[in-house]
Structures are given as structure tokens and as C-alpha cells.
Design a protein around this ligand. Structure first.
Ligand SMILES: [Mn+2]
Length: 329
């Protein structure tokens, strides 16, 4: 990452923020992914090592996939935290674009709290007291790794594993265009610090529920091509998302199959999760900007991966999205 002057000011602010506080709230967006969880876990390990107190509170259940992390019980769902818990005056948000996306976790933030906002998304709204939003970073955990270096925190194997989780998650296992030399350099450091890539990959990617693999079949079956094969769609209808098996399904990564089709530039996956409420995910190859596409409906993310929610039934949402995509091709 570049070291310009504004960067060094942020470094000093972060050092002071950590030094001057003893009790931290670590949080991420609603239903956090591997990067949000990895960032918060790495920070908690580091803060405890510095003799500080830190709690990880998120709005959403800890995904089972990440339960291999040691001390994974540190991650608390909002619903399991007593509402009388004293609010936090020092807060670190990981991988979240704004306060709203923290969901109910935001109720533990004191009104006058100092917030350190760590993120790498272009859609970040710079809502922190200190904003450390580095768009060149492949993952928020890559930013966390920098911060720990600034704080002279040693990479224990637990910290390294948490950072590695965010790194493989957000680079699609070192595959996306954000897989830069600095990503490999960090990965090398993490492996030296004790990460076992084969173990972690096995635990994350070869550890799916039967229901998830069955759902992948349904998803693949639903793939359609549009716009002369340049756009693909796939979907789960309301009946499926309300079925008994759905809670055991993790659709993470499914959309990549829709993007893998030769000639497809944009993949759109639709899930009608409630009557008249459809969640949409986008992935793109080449230069199609799906962050800007998702922002049409109040969503966001990255240029090549984003999402949004439409208050429409599945068929209507699909038509609306396809019309907009066709206009932008
Ligand atoms: Mn991320």
C-alpha cells in the first residue's frame, strides 16, 4: 500500500486511538462474511495481547463455516448480548459501508464514541471518526495486517489464520483481479506464521451441508442466458427460500458458476426471501461496473461484486434488473 502523507496521519491517529482506549467494540456488517469475521477476530487477538478488552458483537449468526477458528465463540450475535451491557466509547467497524449496515450491533455504540472505520469498498461512506478506507486492499484483513504491523503486534498463528481467512475469501482463493503481489507477500508471511493453507481450504470449501450441495443443483438448473449470452441469471423462488432445507443452505459462491459460462460478462442471482422482497447479487467480468448497477436500487459493493435488495416479487425484480443491465451493456 502506498505511503503518502495522509496515510501517515491516519497511522498516527490509529496508534493514538488504540493507546488511549481500553475497551473496544469490534463489529462488521449484518451477516458478516469471512473478511468481516476474520478482521474482527484478528483485532480481538491483537487487542487482548496489548492488555485491552474487546468484544465482537455482530447482527447475525456466526457462519458455521468459520467455526474452525480458535476462539470462534468470541463472535456474539446481538440477540445473545444483554441489552444492559455498557455501551462502547471505542469502536472498530470492519468491512462495513455505513452505520446502518451494522444493523442492531450499532445500539452498543455510545453516542460520543470514537469510531475507527476499516474498509476497502468504494461504496464506503467515510462515516468514522477515523477513516481507514483503502481501496487497493484486497480485503479488510489486509488493512488489519498493516495496522498490526504499525502497532508492532507479532503475528501469532491465531492472528495469521484470521487474516488469511479474509484474504482467501475476498480474493476468491487468490483468483480475482485484486490478487496483487502484496496479497501473495502477505500470504507468505501468514504461512510462515503458521497458517496451513490445505487445512483452511478443506475446512472452508470441502465442508458443505448436504442441503447446500442439493441447493447448488437447483441453482445451476435455473441458469438462463440473456442479451445474446452476455448476461446470465439464476434464482431461488419464494417457495424454496421458505422451505425447511433453506436454513441449512449457504449460497456463498454459487453465483460464480453463472459467471463461469463462456461469453457471460455479468451474472445476476435472485432470491425472493419474503413475498415481494428479492435480494440480488451481481458478479462481473471485464469492465462492467456492478457497484454502480447495484446503487440504482440502493445497494453497492465492488466494481466486480455487488448486491442490492428490490421490493418486488422475483419475476418483476428480474425484469427490472435485466432492463437496466441491457441498457448498460
Ligand atoms: Mn471485504
Amino acid at each position: 500500500m502506498s505511503n503518502n502523507q495522509s496515510n501517515s496521519i491516519v497511522v498516527e491517529k490509529i496508534k493514538t486511538f488504540i493507546t488511549n482506549n481500553d475497551r473496544f467494540l469490534l463489529t462488521s456488517h449484518v451477516n458478516p462474511d469471512g473478511d468481516g469475521i476474520g478482521s474482527a477476530m484478528a483485532l480481538k487477538h491483537a487487542l487482548l495481547g496489548l492488555g485491552k478488552q474487546a468484544e465482537i458483537i455482530i447482527d447475525g449468526k456466526m457462519p458455521q463455516t468459520y467455526s474452525f477458528l480458535s476462539n470462534c465463540n468470541w463472535v456474539m450475535d446481538v440477540s445473545s448480548v444483554h441489552s444492559t451491557v455498557e455501551k462502547f466509547k471505542a469502536v472498530i467497524t470492519c468491512d462495513a459501508p455505513n452505520i446502518e449496515r451494522l444493523g442492531l450491533a450499532s445500539k452498543f455504540i455510545d453516542e460520543g464514541a470514537v469510531i475507527l472505520n476499516l474498509d476497502h469498498h468504494v461504496s464506503n461512506e467515510s462515516f468514522g471518526t477515523i477513516d481507514c478506507v483503502i481501496l487497493d486492499a484486497a480485503s479488510t484483513t489486509q488493512i488489519v495486517a498493516d495496522i498490526l504491523r504499525w502497532l508492532c503486534v507479532d503475528l501469532t498463528s491465531d492472528i495469521a489464520e484470521s487474516i488469511y481467512l479474509g484474504l482467501i475469501f475476498d480474493t476468491g482463493r487468490f483468483k480475482y483481479s485484486n490478487t496483487t503481489p502484496s496479497v501473495f507477500a502477505l500470504a507468505a508471511e501468514l504461512v510462515i506464521a503458521g497458517v496451513k493453507p490445505e487445512n483452511i481450504s478443506g475446512k472452508i470449501y470441502s465442508n458443505k451441508t448436504y442441503e447446500t450441495v442439493q441447493a447448488l443443483g437447483v441453482f445451476l438448473d435455473s441458469i438462463e442466458l440473456h442479451c445474446q449470452g452476455r448476461v446470465s441469471t439464476a434464482q431461488f423462488d419464494l417457495e424454496y427460500t421458505n422451505s425447511k432445507t433453506w436454513p441449512k443452505v449457504d449460497t456463498e459462491g454459487f453465483i460464480n458458476y453463472a459467471l463461469d459460462v463462456t461469453g457471460v460478462e455479468v451474472a445476476c442471482s435472485f432470491r425472493e426471501v419474503e413475498m415481494g422482497l428479492t435480494r440480488v447479487s451481481f458478479r462481473a467480468k471485464r469492465d462492467f461496473d456492478v457497484n454502480s448497477l447495484a446503487s440504482v436500487w440502493g445497494g453497492g459493493g465492488h466494481q466486480k461484486a455487488s448486491g442490492c435488495t428490490l421490493e418486488m416479487k422475483l419475476a418483476e425484480a428480474k425484469k427490472t434488473v435485466l432492463d437496466e443491465v441491457a441498457r448498460r451493456l
